[in-house]
Design a protein around this ligand. Sequence first.
Ligand SMILES: Cc1ncc(COP(=O)(O)O)c(C=O)c1O
Length: 397
Amino acid sequence: MTTVDAIPLVRASVGEQELAAVAEVFASGWPAGQGPRGKALEAELATRYGVGGAVALSNCGAALHLALLALGVEPGDEVIVADYTFPAPAHAVRYVGAVPVFADVRADTGTVDPRAVADLIGPRTVGVIAVDTVGLPADYADLKSITDRHGLFLVEDAACAIGATYQGRPAGALAPVACLSFHGRKGITSGEGGALLTADPALAVSARLRASFGIESIFDQARVVGLPISVFTEIGYNYKLSDIAAAILQVQLGRVDELLERRRAVAAHYAELLAGDELLTLPHVPPDRTHAWQSYLVKLAPGVDRAGVAADLRAQGIGCGHGTWACHLQPVYETTRTCPVSADLFAHQLAIPMHAELSTSQVERVADALRGALRANAGPRTRPAENPLVDAPGGAA
Ligand SMILES: Cc1ncc(COP(=O)(O)O)c(C=O)c1O
């Protein structure tokens, strides 16, 4: 029997250039956070996104948490969150003792439906967290006009969206506060990492302080003449990005266009190879925005056994996953709210390999295998009902 190469669902594009940058940090003697590399990265991010402040952080979950603290969210407040996403936004709302209120999404894009947001605004609502779903920006023009009308904050969770655009503007600069992820499955990566971007420099200062236990950069303090003793005025966290990770990200930032171009080519090739298949729906990108293709999600037709398709693909060495989560269905939130569109996407979407290292022949192999698996699993269900909660590996983390 011949063995075929495995095609992983995700693969980070890091190599010699990133290693050389890490070697420089080792030689510098400052591998910890908020040092020269972190500062340089923050300056590059602020310039790239045209924002008043950028804070380099350990991950996007930390960025969301610090954003909500800096925006003054208090226990008992309600924050409307997009439902169809990795649950980091709703978790962040819970970190500050507030209540996540789940808003349903558009069936064609999976991004939060502005009408659902408007309908959920109540006396305790203080803000909205929209998500650029697996790399596709949400409807920020509508969302901004709703939040402005009601005096609410708007946060963009752009964790997956580096390189995407909306009405000509970059994802990450589509709301007054935005959060990025540099996790290994994102468009650019330092393994783990994140950033908070904001139009408001004071908010950035507050977030940076809270990311360092509540005191200024220890690297800076060590350079002040005399013996400065930092004063702790609040309970902060250790959410700093190390200078090792910052150096990797400086290289990766310079590669955004190259890596995104390769993901775009993969997406275009899938679209060509899978077009017209009645057993699936391809991703939809509205004409006013571009996709970062963090994941490539197809929606399987009703009646197709998704677990069966996944098992067939994996048996051929092809990675796949369920897409992302319908947050309101996660037991941890104990909500009675329903989001039928999000639940439907959660039940029927399938993530197939998407990263910048895929070759043309691998893309062709995935498309062939998927077409075959769809046909083999399109009949009446013969397998036990799938459970997305246990089918999680490969979810859009
Ligand atoms: C939309 C979204 N927000 C936030 C996060 C959390 O990112 P991080 O792993 O950097 O904390 C993720 C992770 O996948 C995500 O998909």
